[in-house]
Design a protein around this ligand. Structure first.
Ligand SMILES: [Zn+2]
Length: 313
């Protein structure tokens, strides 16, 4: 299988994990003086693509020191257990709230099957393999690790999920941001730049914490965000403001629909209207059907997360 990947600079490669569709879920490879790390893995079914990328780049599996997980949602971390079986020297870095779910993924599996169903799990996520406890290292806020000649620094980043860390790469002045700096599809790039919106995934969406996290990350004065969804973007104050605005936009929709008889459906419809509106204002020229097709992957999950937030806030 021929992997699809994008060589960025600073030894960073964006790998298309091919989850659900192309240009949707990225994993990253960082190479520095013969040392290698993955940041996120895609799901279980993405592992052959990751290994094929190593082969294409003539990277030996022994060279991979780290699998760094931004958080344990399965489109980011679902492949870690299967991947590490091929990487004899690798350790997994993960937030302390995610570690136990990697050692014993039964709750994670049950939670995902509860939301998406068994069929979806098998077809699109594949499986979940436990990771031995001695392979896991907790990534604490401000911890630094060395990869070749560069230092990678972990930052605790609640908002999208409580088990989320971002990774600051001083060398490229980039943040491996998982879902914390939003979702931005390349199909929506226009002369106005990138369109960013928040994935308000269940069950730990916390808008206030998220906006604080964005502010904290901006104090690093980043040049780039390495997004999982999808690929590297330049991340400016304007990007940060756009993301914060749409976090508020999404929560306002949820609040307006609080008492609606079919609340979930109402939130979903209003979210789609909102996204189509902001895409229009952003100058996206794709036709409506194409836009809906791209947004569709996020709508259900964003509406669910907003529902959980309404019920727990
Ligand atoms: Zn996530």
């Amino acid at each position: 299988m021929k992997p699809i990947y994008f060589d960025l600079d600073f030894g960073i490669t964006c790998i298309d994990t091919r989850h659900m569709r192309d240009d949707f879920v990225a994993a990253y490879l960082i190479e520095d003086n013969g040392c290698v790390a993955f940041v996120d893995t895609g799901c279980y079914l993405s592992v052959p693509t990751l290994l094929a990328t190593l082969d294409e780049k003539n990277i030996k599996r022994e060279q991979v020191d780290y699998i760094i997980l931004t958080h344990i949602h399965l489109d980011h971390a679902g492949g870690a257990g299967a991947l590490i079986k091929h990487l004899p020297n690798a350790k997994v870095y993960v937030h302390e709230y995610g570690a136990n779910h990697l050692i014993d993924p039964s709750k994670l599996r049950a939670g995902v099957i509860g939301v998406y169903g068994e069929l979806f799990f098998k077809q699109f996520l594949g499986d979940l393999i436990p990771i031995a406890k001695d392979k896991i290292i907790i990534a604490k806020d401000k911890d630094e690790i060395t990869l070749g000649s560069r230092v990678l620094k972990f930052i605790d980043t609640p908002g999208h999920a409580r088990h989320h860390v971002c990774i600051w790469d001083e060398k490229s002045r980039g943040i491996f941001s998982g879902d914390t700096l939003g979702v931005s599809y390349r199909e929506f790039d226009t002369e106005q730049g990138v369109l960013i919106f928040p994935p308000t995934t269940p069950i730990q969406f916390d808008p206030d914490a998220w906006k604080n996290t964005i502010q904290q990350l901006m104090t690093l004065q980043p040049k780039y965000a390495y997004l999982t969804h999808f690929n590297r973007i330049e991340f400016t104050q304007k990007s940060a403001a756009m993301l914060a605005t749409h976090i508020d936009g999404f929560t306002n929709i949820a609040k307006q629909m609080q008492g609606h008889v079919s609340r979930h459906k109402a939130i979903k419809e209003a979210l789609l209207d909102y996204l189509l509106e902001i895409a229009g204002q952003h100058g996206v020229t794709l036709d409506k059907t194409q836009k809906i097709k791209i947004f569709k992957g996020d709508l259900e999950i964003c509406a669910q997360g907003l529902g959980v937030w309404l019920d727990t806030d």
